[in-house]
Ligand binder design. Structure first.
Ligand code: UDX
Ligand code: UDX
Length: 465
């Protein structure tokens, strides 16, 4: 491929990863035309409207700046495939729900469908880039499907995993720690990797762009997510021990993280990690290890997911225990439903597990989230007929007449609530369970609340003083 022909880039999959990534490329590479398509037409229409389908700080500004200049959201997948010489594939790869590997392996049906669309509509050679997180060796399968075309077309497959975190996606894309480009170590593979590198060098320093072999790139993404999640499960496991021993998990986390060999990031205890990637990618890693007969390795990583489930169950058990072993018909205000602050995304959010457990205990659950209420309604659709489930437009109404407040997402606005007023409107005794450790626990205790958080035994701490 000649460099000056490579001016149209297509991304298939207009989701949390595809669109922000393309928006940042469009913003930094004005000479490129970027098209984003999705099989979900409503999503494309929403990206073309004033009401974008996802909330991501800073994204709207870029979309407004670039849309219909060099960033286009199109419903026409066929023409877009014909036009582009570089195609990013950013479709979802959920955990397989059926058949072999159900509950563990990645469901690759969408990737294969995309490959079949590409060979159906392509009229010339193309560079196909895996953006989706995929099991190691997927590029081989993708390449074989692409080369099953009867038009004699050649496709080079690259792996270019995305490391952005939701809520900070634009900054992560603009200032990545590294950009990984995996290719076959053939002449055309290396040449293709350089074509992709030339896009990123518009804004990323060259030394941060790492060219690796395809399999290292695919596997690095899974391992990065597994290691990040492992840190959260590690500190969460210690939070349980802190509550028993009267240690304070935040002091432990701080002290441990000050060791420069360990580092301080991703050591915040919580009610558990959520998000579309961590659980899915670890289960996928576990599945691959078992496939290769590495059972001890598989068990090791599976424990990260098991601790995450344990942490969520432990939280709900504590709520029930502290509230005199029954929450039947007690209004409980769930503040925060997104899997983390600054996103409306609720995929794998601990709030889903917590809410479902509370509903099974017949509590009256009152949910408020500044950005995630619509997704929460979808997640809890099975309970839509329940008289015990209510959604609110503000925290104050969710809290009014409740017995307990559960903070499940670390939104800044929860730190600034008027808790004196909240206490006045609540049933007594009034409980707070801070699943994110973001509130001022001593102040809340002084207001009269029974306060619980993660990894600190607030009552015992007082006894010790
Ligand atoms: C997804 C994967 O979950 C993640 O592993 C990967 O790293 C990047 O892609 P995300 O962008 O968060 O992450 O997923 P999602 O927001 O669900 O977006 C995927 C989009 O692909 C959806 O809009 C879906 O409609 C679209 N899609 C899916 C297609 O356009 N064609 C398909 O065949 C399947
Ligand atoms: C993650 C990876 O960070 C990113 O590189 C990858 O591309 C996709 O998966 P994301 O899921 O968007 O990103 O968010 P992240 O910030 O990693 O948080 C994941 C979960 O871990 C959240 O539920 C968060 O609340 C939790 N977490 C994070 C903790 O509980 N404690 C921490 O110290 C950090």
């Amino acid at each position: 491929m000649v460099e000056n022909q490579i001016k149209t880039i297509l991304c298939i999959g207009a989701g949390y990863v595809g669109t922000p990534t393309m928006a940042v490329i469009a913003d930094n590479c004005p000479e490129y035309k970027i098209i984003v398509v999705d099989k979900n037409i409503d999503k494309i229409r929403a990206w073309n409207s004033d009401s974008l389908p996802i909330y991501e700080p800073g994204l709207e500004d870029i979309i407004k700046r670039r849309r219909n200049k060099n960033l286009f959201f199109s419903e026409d997948i066929a023409t877009s495939i014909k036009e582009a010489s570089i195609i990013f594939v950013s479709v979802n790869t959920p955990t397989k729900k059926f058949g072999l590997g159900a509950g563990m392996a990645s469901d690759l049906q969408f990737i294969e469908l995309v490959a079949r669309d590409i060979i159906k509509y392509a009229q010339e050679d193309k560079l196909v880039i895996e953006k989706s997180t995929l099991p190691v060796k997927t590029a081989e399968a993708l390449s074989r499907v692409l080369h099953s075309n009867d038009k004699g077309l050649k496709f080079e497959v690259l792996s270019n995993p995305e490391f952005l975190a939701e809520g900070t996606a634009i900054n992560d894309l603009q200032h990545p720690d590294r950009v990984l480009i995996g290719s076959m170590k053939t002449e055309s593979g290396i040449e293709s990797a350089k074509i992709l590198r030339n896009i990123y060098t518009h804004w990323v320093p060259t030394e941060k762009i790492k060219l690796t072999n395809l399999w290292s790139s695919e596997l690095s993404k899974l391992v990065a997510n597994a290691m990040l999640a492992q840190r959260v499960s590690s500190i969460n496991s210690i939070s349980a021990l802190c509550e028993k021993t009267n240690a304070d998990v935040e002091e432990v986390s701080h002290a441990v993280g000050m060791d420069s060999r360990i580092g301080s990031k991703f050591l915040n205890t919580s009610v558990g990690f959520g998000g579309s990637c961590f659980k899915k990618d670890i289960l996928n890693l576990v599945y691959i290890c078992r496939y290769y007969g590495l059972n001890e390795v598989a068990d090791y990583w599976e424990q990260v997911v098991i601790i995450n489930e344990y942490q969520q169950n432990r939280f709900v058990n504590k709520v029930i225990d502290k509230m005199f072993n029954t929450v039947v018909d007690k209004k409980i205000a769930v503040l925060g439903f997104a899997f983390k602050a600054n996103t409306g995304d609720t995929r794998e959010s601990p709030a889903i597990t917590v809410t479902k457990m509370l509903l099974k205990e017949r509590a009256d659950v009152a949910i408020y989230d500044p950005k995630a209420i619509e997704n929460a309604k979808l997640d809890l659709a099975d309970y839509s007929q329940s008289n015990n489930l209510h959604f609110y437009n503000n925290a104050e109404d969710a809290i009014k007449d409740s017995h307990a407040i559960l903070v499940l997402t670390a939104w800044d606005e929860f730190k600034e609530l008027d808790f004196e007023e909240a206490y006045r409107t609540m049933k007594k005794p009034s409980f707070i369970f801070d699943g994110c450790n973001i509130l001022q626990h001593e102040q809340l205790k002084n207001l009269g609340f029974n306060v619980n958080c993660i990894g600190k035994n607030l009552d015992r701490l007082k006894d010790d003083e």
